[in-house]
Design a protein around this ligand. Structure first.
Ligand code: F6R
Length: 622
């Protein structure tokens, strides 16, 4: 998390830095700041809270500088206040640093620097970098060498932006296992953690590789490895993809993104499946040499030889992976494990050259997911990424990508990217099943035909929004909500609970319905709403029995069920209905009422639904 930006050129830096930061605010919004060099003088302006606070500050200060770096923070070390906001300066006030990631040995470095007489003004790990570079700079007044000597002492995964008053014509950038993009314009250069932020100015992009330092000037950038050896790499030309901040008439981005789901599905399905009676086709896209291409590069023989699939992901993407497990096991008869990516660290990962490891990450930047896929690759596993960002870190580490067609998801809570990840799993499972001969052609046709109907069925759910809102608000005062589901809709229960708690801050838990009686049932009473996902299929009766157990404890009963289900109508106080669909496809529908319920409760409670407290959209620390 955290976002780094930079600008160097003929224009005023502050507006450009602000505009870049606006594109990166999804990475954290605890504080923001800039460091600019004007008339040979370095100055830092920063403010706790949202970017708008920094914007207001810059309006009063009006810096005219044409070089600067900036930062938007998601707090890791030190509370979110002005003091801990980036940029951080060295003791001489001539060097400023912005930082994304964690310096793991910061305490040791801090102690050493304190002994050398350096005075610290913040609780951050970042400040050690500013003092360390300053210390090394004293040796030979060579900033590039000082940075290289400093990075040799830093442990962890991080990205840095550095400016120095004595070198007002340069910005330095360091990347160690993170993402940093340099945008090269006409006599001006840009820097950002996400290429999207520089693509509003130029489509000539130079991405830093995993252990590189860049010396950026207005006329271009020189790259060096950590040994100081110059690296030569041409910039790539990226499709222009302006970052549009437009709520399209909706009150919040979240609501707009919930409503975009049918369109997103149509686009994602259409991209990989031209017609239900044609095979799913994950073709590699080549748009000329300089454009990144993606697709699946497995031969049919390799696909037939997969013995296991291992899915790694975090948060909502992990829930998509859980649905993926059901689909892949059911349709392809391959055993599948799904793991929370952060739980793999420090463990033996049992994958090999017969395993396909799939990383699911909308941002493609989640540190734990990247680390897990990297580890799998090292162990010889085939790799595949499901992402919304082919230009991300994930896109760099695997040649096999399924790219969801969501456009930018601005709201921090994932909605449209979740259903698009699910859709990717449906397409992948059908594709693998066909290649492996695990489904008959008739069944494959039926599956693809049903998948094509899902966007239309989603539209029918969204059309009932007013009713969903009204029913949801009856539960807005709850302190605890329990979500239950079985089989394919156990992950839906987890996702429903996650959406409600992250948007409304109401405590919510998701359980496998059959697990309720093994402990969680103790929390139920008349004050606790229980949301049961219960759709016709193999687990229908059993799920209803589990719901009965909750009803017997006087819980408030809410169901997500198919239209016209009379048994459900009799048993539950509130029913959110979805159109009837084959159970296998139900997770693409059942989650929608839950997203709307969470949204409307959060909005009613006055919460910041697009940027919930303490969260960041891209979680780049482990
Ligand atoms: C919840 C949410 C998060 C993300 C998680 C992984 O609404 O958005 O739980 O799903 O941080 O992010 P990605 O998919 O970018 O790896």
């Amino acid at each position: 998390m955290c976002g780094i930006v930079g600008y160097l050129g003929p224009a005023q830096a502050a507006p450009v830095l602000l505009s870049e930061l606006r594109c990166l605010e999804y990475r954290g919004y605890d504080s923001a700041g800039v460091a600019v060099i004007e008339d040979g003088q370095l100055s830092v302006m920063k403010a706790a809270g949202k970017l708008s606070n920094l914007e207001a500050l810059l309006l009063t200060k009006k810096p005219a500088a044409t070089v600067g770096i900036g930062h938007t923070r998601w707090a890791t070390h030190g509370v979110p206040n002005d003091q801990n906001a980036h940029p951080h300066m060295d003791s001489t006030g001539t060097i400023a640093v912005v930082h994304n990631g964690i310096i793991e040995n910061h305490e040791e470095l801090r102690e050493d620097l304190i002994k050398k007489g350096y005075v610290f003004n913040s609780e951050t790990d970042t400040e050690v970098v500013a003092h360390l570079v300053s210390y090394e700079y004293k040796v030979d007044q060579d900033l590039l060498q000082a940075i290289l000597r400093s990075v040799a002492k830093l442990q962890g995964a991080y990205a840095l932006g550095i400016v120095c008053q004595r070198h007002p014509d340069k910005i330095y950038a360091v990347n160690r296992h993170y993402s940093l993009a340099i945008g090269l314009g006409e006599h001006e250069s840009f820097l950002a953690s996400d290429s999207m932020a520089v693509r509003q100015y130029t489509n000539k992009i130079l991405k830093l590789e995993q252990s590189e330092v860049a010396e950026i000037s207005a006329s271009g950038a020189r790259l060096f490895d950590f040994d100081g050896k110059e690296v030569f790499r041409k910039p790539v030309s990226m499709e222009s993809n302006p970052y549009i901040i437009d709520k399209g008439g909706y009150k919040h981005f979240l609501l707009k993104e919930i409503h975009e789901q049918p369109l997103v599905l149509r686009k994602t399905i259409g991209k990989y499946m031209s017609h239900a009676n044609k095979p799913v086709n994950f073709v590699v896209t080549h748009n000329g040499d300089e454009t990144p291409s993606y697709g699946l590069n497995f031969t049919d023989e390799e696909i037939k030889a997969f013995e296991r699939i291992h899915i790694v992901a975090c948060g909502t993407a992990y829930h998509a992976g859980l649905v993926g497990k059901y689909l892949l096991e059911d349709l392809c008869s391959i055993p599948v494990d799904v793991e929370i990516a952060s739980e793999i660290r420090g463990r033996r990962m049992l994958v090999n050259e017969k395993t396909l490891t799939i990383a699911v990450s909308q941002s493609g930047e989640t540190a734990d997911t990247i680390a897990a896929l990297t580890e799998a690759k090292l162990r010889g596993s085939y790799t595949l990424g499901i992402t919304n960002r082919p230009d991300s870190h994930l896109g760099q580490i695997t040649p096999n990508l399924i790219v969801t067609e969501c456009g930018i998801e601005v709201s921090v809570a994932a909605t449209k990217t979740y259903v698009a990840q699910l859709t990717s799993f449906y397409l992948l499972a059908i594709y693998l099943a066909e290649v492996r001969g695990a489904v008959t052609p008739e069944r494959a046709l039926q599956l693809k035909t049903t998948l094509n109907t899902i966007p239309m069925l989603q539209e029918r759910i969204l059309a009932k929004e007013v009713e969903i809102r009204k029913s949801s608000l009856k539960y807005a005062e709850a302190h605890d909500v329990v979500f239950i589901g079985r089989g394919l809709n156990f992950p839906t229960a987890l996702e429903g609970a996650l959406k409600l708690k992250e948007l409304s801050y109401i405590h919510a838990s998701g359980y496998a319905a059959g697990e309720l009686k093994h402990g969680p049932i103790a929390v139920l009473d008349a004050n606790v709403p229980v949301v049961t996902v219960v759709v016709p299929g193999v687990v229908y009766e059993k799920t209803l029995s589990n719901a009965q157990e909750a009803r017997a404890r006087n819980a408030q009963m809410i169901a997500v069920a198919v239209e016209g289900d009379e048994q459900v109508a009799k048993m539950f106080d509130t029913v959110f209905t979805i159109p009837a669909v084959e159970e296998l496809f139900s997770p693409l529908l059942t989650v929608l009422p839950m997203q709307l319920m969470s949204y409307y409760i959060a909005d009613y409670l006055g919460k910041d639904v697009d940027q919930p407290r303490n969260l960041a959209k891209s979680v780049t620390v482990e």
